[in-house]
Design a protein around this ligand. Structure first.
Ligand code: PMP
Length: 393
């Protein structure tokens, strides 16, 4: 049952040599190309960007903006000036909350946040609501309900592209249309969706989009904040430090242009170079074919799991994220037993406590699949899971 293209794809991931990795929604594995680019920088071309004038420094400076353009192309933003390098999705959303929302929000203004959200797309809004007296409004993520929640008090609507628990993908096109009828802005957390769905921030009229490189086969410690240029321009700076300014004295400073105004201090240069290599590498694959293969694999995994007794599923149909519980068995006991056989899954509240409360559980087991997984991975997992269940009952 080997799929020729998926097998070639799989061969690019050295971490799969002795590991059944079913935890890609936590972080994706890294292709050799990305690892090579990172090593190359550290081993032979270490230099800073935008500062020194020696050869490697000039090359690195140019490469960072090339990578920025690659990201702009990847998410279809209109200009690379709309792409800000951050530490990850979490930092990107905190920047939006503190630099965009905080100066704007007044007492009793409303921020609508879906109840599917990862803590990264909830806590920044809770914090800014507390700072400003704005109200947080809970939303089911269904379009129909949104119309009844929106009003002229709504300033921001925050929603995930794909839930990291249920795999649900909200209808961003319809949501965006509704949100803009009320002159509110739409913030989309792309952390989980970016690797599974093409995204066009311009066509979808998304105001802010955040994602992390590490879930898109890229390095950790690097993320992206996309914002519409006119919004980024009017936003306060985030952090102060080197290279986010044009001029400084003891009386004050003049802010640099976009995108540098939000990038105080030395960027994650090795990360950005590694990510650029990842984005170039990604282009060479036939995404439709890999996606079709992934769907078959998801089907296979679901049908095998469905044969287990007392299993309850929480994900939507055909989702590469499969979350489940087994009656009277603690998810962490399973995780530990599987880990003894080098099988990596994720268990617990998945950083989505309000959603866990809604689902009425204290935690789940989650496997998340990527095109580098294969049927053998599923078979090893199912057999280890069956053994673990037997041992625990
Ligand atoms: N949102 C979602 C939906 C996620 O799955 C994650 C990562 N688990 C995040 C946000 C946060 O991403 P990061 O930790 O890379 O900032």
């Amino acid at each position: 049952n080997k799929h020729p293209l998926a097998e070639i794809f799989r061969a690019d991931f050295p971490a799969l040599d002795n590991n059944v990795y079913l935890d890609s929604a936590a972080t994706a594995l890294k292709p050799q190309t990305m690892i090579n680019a990172t090593v190359e920088y550290y081993a032979h071309h270490t230099a800073t960007a935008q500062r020194s004038l020696h050869q490697d420094a000039l090359k690195v400076t140019a490469a960072i903006d090339e990578a920025r353009q690659s990201v702009a192309d990847f998410i279809h933003s209109q200009s690379s000036h709309e792409i800000i390098w951050t530490r990850g999705t979490t930092e990107s959303i905190n920047i939006i909350a503190q630099s965009y929302a905080r100066p704007l929000l007044q007492v009793n203004d409303e921020i609508i946040v879906s109840e599917l959200e990862h803590h990264s797309n909830l806590l920044p809004w809770l914090i800014v609501a507390k700072q400003t007296g704005a109200k947080l409004i809970k939303w089911s993520a269904e379009v129909n309900e949104l119309s009844s929640l929106l009003s002229n008090r709504t300033k921001i609507v925050a929603i995930t592209q794909m839930s990291n628990v249920t795999g649900f993908c909200p209808d961003l096109a319809k949501i965006s249309q509704l949100v803009h009828q009320y002159n509110a802005i739409l913030v989309v957390d792309g952390a989980q969706g970016v690797v599974h769905q093409p995204i066009d921030v311009t066509a979808l009229n998304i105001d802010f989009y955040a994602f992390s490189a590490h879930k898109l086969y890229g390095p950790t410690g690097l993320g992206v904040l996309y914002g519409k240029q006119h919004l980024l321009e009017r936003m306060d700076v985030w952090q102060g430090g080197g290279k986010m300014l044009k001029n400084a004295s003891f009386l004050g400073f003049e802010v640099e242009e976009l995108p540098y105004k939000f990038e105080a201090g030395t960027q994650n240069i090795a990360g950005i170079l590694g990510f650029q290599a990842t984005l170039l590498w990604l282009k060479k694959w036939d995404e439709a074919q890999l996606d079709c293969y992934l769907k078959q694999l998801v089907n296979y995994a679901e049908s095998k799991l469905a044969q287990l007794k007392h299993i309850q599923f929480y994900q939507v149909k055909n989702s590469p994220i499969i979350s489940f519980t087994i009656e009277n068995i603690h998810h962490n006991d399973i995780a530990i037993l599987l880990s003894e056989q080098n099988i990596a899954i994720r268990t617990g509240e998945l950083c989505a406590k309000p959603l866990m409360d809604k689902l009425g559980c204290h935690g789940v087991m989650r496997i998340s699949l990527m095109p580098y997984n294969n049927q053998q991975d599923i078979d090893s997992f199912i057999s280890a899971l069956q053994n673990a269940i037997e041992l625990l009952t």
